[in-house]
Design a protein. Sequence first.
Length: 325
Amino acid sequence: MATECSADLFGFAPVEGREVVAVFDAGAVTSDAGALLLGATDRAINMMGRFAACFHDERRPDLIEHEVVTLVGQRVFGIALGYEDLIDHDELRHDPLMAVLAGKLEARREDCAPVAGKSTLNRLELSVLVPTRYHKISHNPKAINELLVDLFLEAQGRAPEQIILDLDATDDPLHGEQEGRFFNAYYDCYCYLPLYVFCGRHLLAAKLRCANRDAADGAVAEVARIPAFAGTAHIRRRWPHVRILLRGDSGFAREELMAWCEDNAVDYLFGLAQNERLVARITTELARAAAKSLRTGKPQRRFADFMWITRNLAQARRGQAALSL
């Protein structure tokens, strides 16, 4: 983004009789040069081009100033650089680096900047499944979900024996009166509660949700529709013998999700929230670990294996506790 710098000279002590000065007269400079590496990565896998192909553009071709690939690329690169708010793009639209990333150094019309401002990007983000009079760019959610998984599959050199898919719900704090704003008591703030699916460092799915719900709410519908799970179809067509393990914390230890995994040949490992019944079930192992730790003066770890059922579970399932003292 453009900065305002003082052009005054800063004086330094001479070095071997030579004057040393620092000035701020370099013209347009940027602190986001690292984004060029992002651009090189994008060119290697054509992610922005493939992402743009998930949209349908019904605007008049002769009136288009900013192509869809430019718009989605600008938004993705902006977020990667820390510019999360659309209003930032009223300055970024004039940023030469952003123009380089977009591959468009000059606007076609005199009254436009090389890349888009906040209003144009806002219309893209508010696009619906079917184009309307005011939102002529629509998106295909299924194609976007498939793209994330395709990029993950292409990044693998060979079929692994096992992949671990991590479910995670976390807070996305809000600082205004955004639509869908709710207070979440667990995170003690107004926030969204997005659902993510990762495999290692690869993001396979991201679902924006309001915070007035259980962390696992809608998780079955999400994992059943995205290619990573229904998916298992999409992944097992490529890797027919891979073992898939779904992992999550105690917020996902729900009957509906576990039953889905069992019906779809997906192994799972979910945490159990601590409670009086659970502590009572492992009292013996706790006492043994404490006694051995006291006797040896060293930390001890023991494992307890048991069958576990609650009122919310349709059947007993195997549980395991790792005890460290």
